[in-house]
Design a protein around this ligand. Structure first.
Ligand code: URA
Length: 231
């Protein structure tokens, strides 16, 4: 790619500022400063201010989302993006969450700057299973297991029933629910529909990825290999 495209793609500076960066010798290849914005380079072969380009083939990370932050670029208050290195937010394409978790849901959240990956993961056709651990403010009726598995539960205000979902009741007011789709506030609405409103909610698995295996404190992230999601 052109050097000016690289600097703006990876969030270093705008195309307008590239000439200044090159004049100051901030971009080098094999120890030699690159002089022309149009010079073609591979992201892996350049150093910028002496450092390699971070995630030259795209950002794919898993974040342990803490409670209280929002999956949005725009809203007021704390955002999941505040937990990432600021330079990532200047990249183009931008880093986005893969789907969303509610402000008051914690746990496993993927983020990427690869639009095709984001699209593939959120496509309703793929049915990537997601597992949620929850507690409720009232006992969970045993009948919810069969109802959720039936594929016949129609949520308030909707016409199409939810896809079959697997509910495992682990205590009077706790359980795990595996969903194969992602409707608005789906776990909360499903449990509310059986008289067991959610108290706490955490996503613990997305497809092959398990939060417990990642050793992430709330707010921490790690790189993941997107190939594990390929089928
Ligand atoms: N279901 C919900 O109700 N909330 C989430 O954040 C995710 C799934």
């Amino acid at each position: 790619m052109r050097t000016d495209a690289l600097l703006s793609r990876f969030g270093y500076c705008s195309r307008r500022e590239v000439a200044q960066w090159l004049k100051r010798g901030r971009v080098t290849r094999n120890g030699t400063p690159i002089k022309s914005p149009s010079e073609k380079v591979e992201p892996e072969e350049v150093l910028i201010d002496g450092e390699p380009v971070e995630f030259p083939r795209g950002i794919y990370i898993a974040l342990n989302k803490p409670l209280g932050c929002t999956c949005s670029h725009k809203e007021e208050g704390e955002l999941v993006y505040d937990l990432l290195p600021p330079q990532w937010l200047s990249r183009n394409p931008v880093v986005n969450t893969v789907g969303r978790l509610d402000k008051e849901t914690s746990g496993l959240l993927l983020l990427t700057d690869d639009g095709a990956f984001e699209h593939a993961q959120t496509s309703p056709k793929r049915h990537v299973p997601k597992v949620y651990a929850f507690t409720t403010t009232a006992p969970i009726p045993a009948s919810a297991v069969a109802l959720f598995a039936s594929g016949e539960l129609v949520l308030d205000g909707e016409r199409t029933p939810c896809l079959p979902a697997e509910l495992v009741i682990t205590g009077e007011q706790s359980g795990k629910l595996t969903l194969h789709e992602g409707r608005y506030h789906q776990v909360r609405r499903m449990l509310a529909s059986v008289g067991a409103p959610v108290d706490t909610l955490e996503r613990i698995e997305i497809g092959p990825l398990k939060l417990a295996d990642l050793n992430l404190e709330p707010g921490e992230w790690c790189e993941i290999d997107p190939a594990i999601f390929a089928r």
